[in-house]
Design a protein around this ligand. Structure first.
Ligand code: CA
Length: 739
């Protein structure tokens, strides 16, 4: 057995140490690990030797004692890498695991780190600290797993690093199995929850505590002093589904979504700092259920509206089922600063089902200012059940709000802690307290692991002049951020160009790519594509259906991709049926797809085919889509976009179609189903086909404004479900046979 035993008191000899001394085992290979675990006693330490451990399923089981835990750690913190299908299970009591990195792999089962061996052996009084789980994703983004599952009670997760979860499933969950309603008292603190890109469906929460089934009992867990940095997975950043939890002193940075008190009663959200910096869909706190307290929080620059408002107090369902919406009662919202926020929504979600407004609640001593001086208040239900007192706002207060808001100028000055406070002494006791101290990056995660920076931007790399080597060779050596500059002349391409980095293809208009494969640009993992100023011709593509200029991967990719086309010319895309400009596939997801000043002459398929997702889980193809200032002549269709399902967990898809000219399309000009936000503005459609928009649940917004519809039918808007509150604007459109 290659197990090295070292006494911590080696200098006085092993024999003398006897049972009293803590042992320190260095384990050099997998086979030696179980013996070390079996031998370890309270106070002992097991170290994994530095290096890579592949496909290592760690079962760490033992009985430590208070103040004398059994510790599993790295020989050197940050030098032990768990890869492949590695995982960690803890079972027993008073166990500590530290210093390990999970990277370049994925969970072998449903969990990377689990505080249990199996359903009968959980961990209590145990801790993971200074662990890293870095982009440890399943190969298929739809495959669901969790990075950390907290079972048992009195466990702690601290100073750890979790970022880049790209597949479905909550990042860290407190699991409260059915029939096990006892308090958990877990503590989740000083962690770095780094970027989690939009998932494009439900299941992208960063933290969830409980599920609806056991939500009427208390978990009494604490989430404090963490940083949530760009946690954009879905509408819930933290989803509370149990009682008596405390969420305090966290910093939520530019994260789309909210802290949602989804199920369970008596939770406390206090002293958190939210900084949205105007990023869309950045939210604050959403209140549902009884006895929730939201106090002493600071929110600035939150651009979220509706459910993702800085404060959303929801309407409930009378006699609600456990998994729907219990009415708000006895809520206290006090001494919060809502600075430059887009929205405060009261009675949010009121509809035919959610008819019960808040009762016995108080909203007092808050400060509210609106973004861009706009009025942030939206009141969607009766407010008799909320007592408003001593709140100050510089914004217009709607008549639907009772007294309790004084409207007055609110001058603000930034204090030493970086936050804004009113200069007027009369307002000194309102809003968030002066002694807030936003958590700093240095306070969270392990000090030895760097925080994650943003995606590489288009054009941030080298400029590569495509000369004698040819385009294929240039693409092969290009790296993230590089720009491939094509010279004038013809570039014949006979096999798909595989794109696995953020690449820009740039040229003068007389640089012409003519391709003879079924796809010109094939996006793979990490691929992001920008085309500017080029001419692309498809005349030589195969005479079979289903060609595309750009196609997302046929296999699931984890990183969200992007496609940008600007000032480019496309032709000859009609020699075969169903020839698309951009074809998306199921199980890939685009952060954005944008076309600006693009000209397409002759295309038999769709400019954007984004309807490959067919399941009911609310999956869709792209978060933000914009088609602007472009000209399309004889095309099959502009776009076909589908988001299926009925849940309310995503912000997208969002579509902007503005300033385009379409001359002659097939029978379907634009087909949208389940799109959350649609703007069709200032277009000219001549001899176009049907514009069919089907609304799903939630609060979809559709605006069709100032278009010219020439020999083109009027848009048709329908509803797929009776729930939801679609907002439709159709104005200033002109239609006729000739204009
Ligand atoms: Ca959710």
């Amino acid at each position: 057995m290659r197990l090295v035993w070292r006494a911590s008191c080696l200098s006085i000899g092993m024999a003398i140490c006897g049972n009293a001394a803590a042992a320190d085992y260095l384990v050099r290979d997998r086979d030696a690990f179980p013996a070390a675990v079996a031998r370890a006693k309270a106070g002992d330490t097991i170290r994994l030797a530095d290096g890579e451990w592949k496909d290592f399923s760690i079962l760490f089981e033992g009985a430590g004692r208070p103040g004398k835990p059994i510790t599993l750690t790295a020989q050197t913190k940050g030098k032990v890498l768990l890869t492949g299908a590695s995982s960690l299970r803890l079972a027993g009591t008073h166990l500590v695991v530290s210093g390990l990195i999970f990277r370049d792999g994925h969970a072998p089962g449903d969990e990377v780190i689990s505080f249990r061996r199996d359903s009968r052996h959980v961990a209590t009084h145990s801790r993971i600290t200074e662990l890293v789980v870095d982009r440890y994703n399943q190969k298929d983004r739809r495959r669901e797993d969790r990075w950390v599952s907290l079972y048992g009670a009195d466990n702690r997760v601290d100073h750890s690093w979790f970022a880049g979860k790209g597949n479905a499933g909550v990042t860290l969950a407190v699991i409260r199995p059915k029939g096990q309603s006892q308090a958990n008292r877990h503590r989740i603190d000083h962690n770095y929850f780094g970027p989690r890109p939009p998932l494009g469906s439900n299941g992208g929460e960063t933290i969830r505590i409980g599920t609806s089934e056991e939500s009427l009992s208390d978990s009494a867990s604490i989430v404090e002093e963490n940083i949530f940095d760009r946690c954009d997975g879905e509408v819930e950043i933290v989803s509370i589904k149990s009682g008596a939890n405390i969420i305090r002193n966290n910093l939520i940075l530019q994260s789309q979504g909210s802290i949602v008190l989804r199920h369970g009663n008596g939770n406390l959200v206090e002293r958190n700092v939210f900084l949205g910096k105007g990023k869309p869909h950045t939210g604050g706190v959403r209140v549902i259920n009884a006895r929730q307290t939201v106090r002493d929080n600071y929110m600035e620059g939150l651009a979220g509206t509706d459910f993702a408002s800085a404060l959303a107090i929801m309407n409930g369902v009378p006699g609600s089922a456990i998994n729907r919406y219990h009415p708000v009662s006895q809520a206290l919202v006090a001494r919060n600063s809502f600075i430059d926020v887009a929205r405060i929504t009261l009675g949010a979600g009121a509809d035919a089902e959610r008819t019960a407004p808040p009762t016995e609640s108080r909203l007092q001593d808050n400060i509210v200012t609106g973004a861009n001086g706009d009025a942030p208040f939206a009141v969607e239900a009766g407010m008799k059940g909320i007592a408003f007192a001593n709140n100050a706002t510089s914004a217009t207060v709607p008549d639907t709000l009772p007294a309790g808001f004084s409207q007055r100028p609110v001058m603000l000055r930034r204090a030493a802690n970086g936050l804004l406070y009113p200069t007027n002494p009369a307002l000194a006791k309102l809003g968030a307290p002066r002694d807030l101290k936003p958590v700093s990056m240095a306070d969270v995660g392990p000090v030895w692991y760097e925080k994650l920076v943003s995606d590489v931007a288009f054009g941030s790399g080298r400029q590569i002049a495509v000369e004698g080597e040819g385009l294929v060779a240039a693409v092969a050596r290009a790296k993230d951020g590089d720009v491939l500059r094509l010279p004038a002349g013809r570039h014949a391409i006979d096999a798909p160009l595989s794109i696995t980095a953020a690449l820009t293809f740039s040229g003068p208009r007389d640089a012409e790519i003519i391709f003879s494969a079924a796809t010109l640009f094939a996006l793979g993992e990490g691929g992001r594509l920008r085309i500017e100023g080029l001419t692309i011709r498809g005349d030589r593509a195969p005479g079979q259906p289903g060609n595309a200029v750009v196609r997302s991967s046929g296999h699931s990719t984890i990183a969200n991709y992007a496609v940008e086309m600007e000032g480019s010319y496309f032709s000859g895309l009609n020699g075969a049926p169903d020839f698309d400009l951009i074809a998306t596939t199921a199980a890939t997801f685009a952060d954005h797809i944008s076309l600006d000043r693009v000209t397409v002459s002759g295309l038999s398929g769709k400019i954007l085919a984004a309807a490959a997702e067919t399941g009911g889980k609310g999956l869709y193809a792209a978060e933000r889509i914009s088609i602007t200032n472009s000209r399309f002549d004889q095309i099959g269709s502009l776009a076909d976009i589908v988001r299926g399902g009925t849940d309310e967990s995503t912000f997208g898809p969002e579509l902007v179609v503005r300033g385009n000219e379409v001359m002659q399309s097939g029978p379907a000009l634009l087909t949208l189903s389940g799109v959350q936000s649609t703007l069709i503005e200032k277009n000219s459609f001549r001899q176009g086909g049907a514009i069919a928009i089907a609304h799903s649940v939630g609060a979809p917004v559709t605006r069709i404004v100032a278009n010219r519809l020439i020999a083109t039918p009027e848009p048709k808007i329908t509803r797929l479900y009776p729930q939801g509150r679609p907002q439709v604007t159709m104005a200033d459109n002109i239609s006729g046979e000739k204009l």
